[in-house]
Design a protein around this ligand. Structure first.
Ligand code: PEP
Ligand code: MN
Length: 333
């Protein structure tokens, strides 16, 4: 439930509401705003009874929130959240960020070359998977902790904060000690135990939309992280599975303006995994920024023909340079 106070409500009236909420065994969350003072009610498993609030002075409105998420919603938090990854700001009103790098860290030389190339072209964050969730067990599974070290070294060499996927709870501590942002992949979007633990670590999180997840499920997944006290969460649209098989996935760009209204968390778009083809990455990255995305994430490999993972969708350094130039040209738009 959301309790909206009258403009003229006194601090004493607000305190009485907070006390009443606590008295019901629930948790009040004051939501200061420019135009109103509201108090969110957390911790209820079902409908919150209005009766205890009915006679309290200073209340303008009681709004029942039936969605499976609250903390991520604009109702509970009207102002945009700016996520800080290293020194890089990611948020709705901020300059769009570009996260770039290989799908997987394959060797020290490969990730150093990728980092140099994306830095030179103007990327803001370096990505690279050390732990790879692959469809088949015979495919390259990533270099694990060795890859993490190479990625960290490449990030330092290029002065770029790093984003990398964590697949399991037991990897969290070590990955979080090195990474500037923890990625939870599409396949783990509803790994609720992982989400809770990721929330407890307190590092920025890049949460990718599950390949068949509705937006309600996507936001509810983010809610798990916020409920642990971490609101530094970036949402990433990466395409969903539909009946269409010509492309790897169907890029659902409508989510960007939709989520802008629904949540204060920034949304970025990953056209690489959505399209699966490098020739389509550039136009859709541009489209993502035009519809208001807070940034894009693209895969870049120094030699895509030899990539151990996702080569067909990876840009080479020249292609990435072009993408950056075309994205910059969009700035006035
Ligand atoms: C990735 O970004 O490395 C990745 C595996 O993407 P997704 O989880 O979206 O498939
Ligand atoms: Mn990939």
């Amino acid at each position: 439930m959301l309790i909206v106070m009258e403009h003229s409500a006194t601090q004493g009236q607000v305190d009485a509401v907070l006390e009443t909420i606590r008295g019901l065994g629930l948790t009040p969350q004051p939501i200061p705003g420019e135009n109103r003072v509201a108090i969110g009610v957390l911790g209820n498993q079902g409908y919150v009874d209005e009766a205890p609030f009915r006679d309290l002075p200073g209340i303008q409105e009681l709004i029942h929130v039936t969605k499976p998420y609250k903390l991520v919603s604009r109702d509970f938090h009207p102002e945009d959240t700016v996520v800080q990854v290293g020194g890089v700001r990611v948020g709705w009103g901020e300059k769009p960020v570009v996260i770039a790098g290989p799908c997987a860290v394959e060797s020290r030389e490969q990730v150093l070359a990728a980092a140099r190339a994306v830095k030179a072209a103007g990327a803001h964050l370096l990505r690279g998977g050390a732990f790879k969730p692959r469809t088949g067990p015979h495919a390259f599974q990533g270099l694990g902790y060795e890859g993490l070290e190479y990625l960290a070294e490449a990030g330092r060499a290029a002065a770029l904060p790093i984003v990398t996927e964590v697949m399991r709870i037991d990897q969290l501590e070590r990955v979080a000690s090195v990474a500037d942002c923890l990625q939870v992949g599409a396949r783990n979007m509803q790994n609720f135990d992982l989400l809770k633990e990721v929330g407890r670590v307190g590092k920025p999180v890049l949460l990718k939309r599950g390949m068949s997840a509705t937006l309600e499920e996507f936001l509810a997944a983010a809610e798990y992280i916020l409920l642990e006290g971490n609101s530094q969460v970036i949402l990433c649209e990466r395409g969903i599975r539909t009946f269409e098989r010509a492309l790897r996935n169907t890029l659902d760009l409508g989510v960007v303006p939709y989520l802008k209204g629904a949540t204060h968390l920034p949304v970025i778009v990953d056209p690489s995994h959505a399209l699966g083809r490098r020739d389509l990455v550039l136009p859709m990255a541009k489209a993502a920024l035009v519809v208001g995305a807070a940034g894009v994430m693209v895969e870049v490999h120094p030699d895509p023909g030899r990539a151990l993972c996702d080569g067909p969708q990876s840009l080479d350094p020249k292609g990435f340079e072009r993408l950056m130039a075309e994205l910059r040209a969009l700035a006035p738009v």
